[in-house]
Design a protein around this ligand. Structure first.
Ligand code: AMP
Length: 410
């Protein structure tokens, strides 16, 4: 049994679940959020990706449910009692997997409801009853409107990646779902970055929340080495091929700006003989799942993706991330490079910058508080018209021996 976790106040049953998950030491966000969650406080947490956010809300919620209902499911259950909203299908599935492992120890029933899957099965599942529901907002909203699900007994509400959920595209469905949660409930808002609009919405949704801030605004994982690759627009694809040769093509995540560029980049790499697949919102869910599965299992080496993948998805052991263009807004940069260097592993991120993207780069450097170090692929013949942001700069991050970033020299 894990003593470090038991000091946080989790009950023996949940400590069994922790052991099953294979965790021995709580991560910083877990150390802070779990005791607050167990006290019944609303929690607003800013934690960078890969910090163990999922267990930081699932463990106290399950613990509180066990305290209230005992180990078995409530008799004549009229759940869901827990509602977890996630902006992407992949993240919802990942949360559901973690919840399922915990639920096997506690006996609660977990279900996920995401878009891109047939309605019938979900309607049937909801009719059979569930205690913990993980959903993407659009699909759940449809199902609630069809009376396939009632949220009136929800006692625990979680919004994950909440900075994405307050976007205009999402907020109407999220808001409408939150308003259906009328019983007294405990709320958890988790987000990599807490933006002013997250603050505003948290005032609406939460009651005197305890704040947990593990990552400061714009902070990137300490274990990621970040490089800038200035290149002319024309040479991007050949530079990508050269970089993959230089750094090795295994377990690489490439972010492309659009669906079309994602597909064409994947095709080009395939023609180079690499094992590659792509994932974006225009692909059927089945194909998206397969690409992710194959990448996780190592059946493919390179996964090319749009931002669908940038947030919250946990793929272990991504050796490095390549941004084919400078991400915009800068928050996206933090999310994307959060795919590598997860849970203490070392990782690298290479951001390609064409001459028209200098402003976006400056925004990222301002937002994250450090300069990106220039990396040139040895032997690659760069066109003269690439733009070196500041040819004289000797930007080097000063890294403590523990790996924590302190600042940078100019
Ligand atoms: P998350 O930030 O929730 O996506 O978690 C990132 C990764 O860290 C997942 O693979 C988790 O299984 C793993 N993880 C979470 N908490 C711990 C922990 N206390 N010890 C080791 N790994 C953990």
């Amino acid at each position: 049994m894990s003593s470090a976790f038991s000091q946080l106040g989790l009950c023996p049953l949940l400590l069994d679940a922790v052991e099953k998950l294979g965790y021995t030491e709580p991560t910083p966000v877990q150390s802070q959020a779990i005791p607050l969650g167990l006290e019944g406080r609303d929690v607003l947490a800013a934690a960078q990706t890969g910090t163990g956010k999922t267990a930081a809300f699932l463990l106290p919620i399950f613990n509180n449910m066990v305290t209230f209902w005992g180990e078995k499911r409530p008799k004549g259950a009229k759940g869901p009692y827990v509602l977890i909203l996630s902006p992407t299908r992949e993240l919802a599935t990942q949360i559901a997997e973690c919840a399922q492992s915990i639920a096997e120890v506690t006996g609660f029933r977990v279900m996920s409801v995401i878009g891109g899957v047939k309605y019938e099965k979900q309607v049937k599942g909801l009719a059979a009853g569930c205690d913990v529901l993980i959903a993407t907002p659009g699909r759940l909203n449809d199902l609630v409107k069809q009376d396939a699900c009632s949220l009136k007994n929800v006692r625990y509400l979680v919004l994950d990646e909440v900075d994405r959920m307050v976007d205009l595209g999402f907020w109407p469905s999220v808001n409408s779902l939150c308003r259906q949660v009328t019983a007294k409930h405990q709320t958890f808002l988790f987000s990599a970055t807490i933006t002013p609009s997250v603050e505003v919405k948290s005032d609406l949704l939460m009651n005197d929340p305890a704040r947990v801030e593990v990552a400061l605004k714009g902070q990137t994982a300490d274990t990621v080495e970040e490089y800038l690759c200035p290149v002319s627009f024309r040479q991007k694809m050949s530079l990508l091929t050269a970089l993959l040769k230089d750094q090795g093509p295994e377990r690489v995540l490439v972010f492309a700006p659009t669906k079309m560029e994602t597909d064409s980049c994947a095709r080009r790499l395939e023609n180079e003989g690499l094992k590659v697949d792509s994932i974006h919102a225009g692909k059927p869910q089945g194909k998206r799942d397969k690409a992710l599965r194959d990448f996780r299992k190592g059946k493919i080496d390179v996964l090319v993706a749009t931002d669908v993948l940038a947030r919250g998805i946990d793929i272990s052991d991504v050796r490095y991330v390549v941004n084919l263009t400078v991400p915009n807004p800068p928050e996206d940069y933090v999310h994307r490079i959060g795919r590598t260097g997860r849970a203490g592993e070392a990782g690298r991120a290479y951001t390609f910058m064409s001459p028209d993207q200098l402003l976006q780069l400056r925004e990222i450097e301002y937002f994250s508080g450090h300069l990106l170090e220039i990396y040139d692929v040895p032997g690659f013949e760069y066109d003269q018209d690439r733009l070196l942001p500041n040819p004289t700069r000797t930007a080097k991050r000063v890294v403590r021996r523990t790996g924590r970033r302190l600042g940078f020299r100019r």
